[in-house]
Design a protein around this ligand. Structure first.
Ligand code: FMN
Length: 411
């Protein structure tokens, strides 16, 4: 369906070549100072035509606030966000009247609905993600002001070229129990400090000059060969309050995975140690507890990626999303027409040779939507519990000393 979230509820609308795309957000707290520029920054990072590494479709993607905001302040009523589609050229897609594009969504949309948009990717187009990015920017603004939450994503690989700090360990196929922490010192430093400004210094959005240059050459090689290439985006979310996540089906990482795998072209998601966590024994994988300066518990390592039992533990949340090589390529491919006639498709149109540089703000937006929604849910639970008298009948191992109300500093 086209709605995401329970209390911070976002519905996106629009297809690749229709008049406009956008979103309705229901459940945004009233009283948030908000201007179009707060949203536009992220939309402009997502827009096509940013460099020679992205599709040349030239959309400005200027957002218009339709409702829910007056004199720069949210009213608590539904916020309508609209972006016009301007540079669409339906005729580019005429050969796809005959051919469903291999590994695109043409065939499955037609099978499912029995009818589909006449041109472009329709609803499966990345144009749909404009509504997510706009809504995510609003969630992010609230999270930043109210909790100091920071969300930064960056490109960690393109094809087989990986940011050194995130590259797979050499000798990973040996059967020994010794291992480095999943987080090398360089990766820890990156997660702790990397900023959007540093990420945006590079057209690839990989914040490492030498690797970024190799990625650029790899994308250009794909483009010159009328081909495409995939990659991964890593994201860190800092200063997320403890206690978010709704076990069992909406555990925090399950909600994140849902959010990330709903982005077009995604094929993989891993949080914390991810698949590497399967390679080391528990004695090395466990995140031992330590006392933090504020007297509360933290963990010495962070293989868990900031989530345990589906609930945030106050450490940085970090995860990685895998994006496939875009399906639409102008190189001729042997395939079949809708009626099964074998043939060859060389798709025209303007397409991204690699989606990951543009996927960075989309990943950040979906992360913001998950944190925001889970935060509002936890806040409502806490507000309801706070109306009850303190618990005095249970042993101390069962209840936080002054729970549930007063001492909760974060929520
Ligand atoms: C930022 C971004 C840009 C994209 N650009 C293209 C593109 O130019 N050409 C293309 O074939 N797919 C592109 N995609 C992917 C398609 O939207 C998507 O892969 C396709 O609808 C098939 O759906 P699926 O990959 O999710 O199964 C893009 C995805 C994202 C996130």
């Amino acid at each position: 369906m086209s709605t995401f979230g329970t209390l911070f509820r976002v519905t996106t609308y629009g297809e690749s070549h229709c008049a406009s795309v956008g979103a309705i957000i229901d459940g945004c707290p009233p009283g948030l100072e908000l201007s179009p520029s707060d949203i536009q920054t992220q939309l402009s990072r997502r827009r096509p035509g940013q460099s020679n590494l992205t599709t040349p479709r030239d959309e400005k993607d200027l957002v218009q606030l339709q409702s829910g905001v007056e004199l720069g302040v949210t009213l608590g009523t539904p916020i309508g966000l609209l972006v016009r589609n301007e540079d669409h050229r339906p005729k580019d897609y005429s050969e796809t009247d005959l051919y469903p594009r291999p590994s695109h969504a043409d065939y499955t949309y037609l099978e499912k609905y029995g009818v589909k948009a006449s041109s472009g990717g329709g609803r499966s187009s990345a144009r749909e993600t404009i509504g997510r990015v706009a809504a995510g920017a609003i969630a992010e603004r609230y999270l930043k002001i109210a909790y100091g939450v920071e969300i930064v994503a960056f490109v960690s690989s393109v094809g087989k070229i990986a940011l050194p700090a995130t590259a797979a360990r050499a000798g990973a196929d040996t059967d020994d129990d010794d291992t480095d922490d999943a987080l090398s010192p360089e990766f820890r430093a990156l997660l702790g400090n990397v900023t959007r400004e540093e990420v945006d210094r590079f057209p690839t959005r990989c914040p490492h000059a030498e690797t970024s240059e190799r990625m650029t050459q790899r994308i250009i090689r794909a483009k010159d060969a009328q081909d495409s290439i995939g990659g991964t985006v890593t994201c860190v979310v800092r200063r997320v309050p403890r206690g978010l996540g709704e076990p069992v089906f909406d555990k925090f990482e399950a909600a994140l995975a849902h959010a990330m795998l709903s982005i077009p072209a995604t094929k993989a998601f891993e949080i914390g140690s991810g698949f590497r966590g399967t390679e080391v024994p528990g004695s090395k994988h466990n995140d031992a507890f330590v006392r933090r300066a504020d007297g509360r518990l933290g963990t010495a390592t962070n293989w868990s990626g900031g989530v345990q039992g589906g609930i945030t533990n106050g450490e940085d949340i970090y995860f990685r999303v895998g994006f496939k090589s875009p399906a639409t390529i102008s190189q001729a491919q042997a395939t079949a027409q809708y009626d099964g006639t074998p043939g060859s498709l060389a798709a025209r149109g303007r397409h991204d040779p690699c989606v990951v540089p543009r996927a960075v703000p989309i990943v950040e937006a979906m992360a913001a939507l998950v944190v925001m929604d889970q935060l509002l849910i936890q806040n409502s639970r806490k507000a309801a519990a706070a109306l009850l008298p303190p618990i005095t009948t249970l042993p101390p191992t069962m209840v936080v000393p002054s729970a549930p109300a007063a001492e909760e500093d974060e929520l």
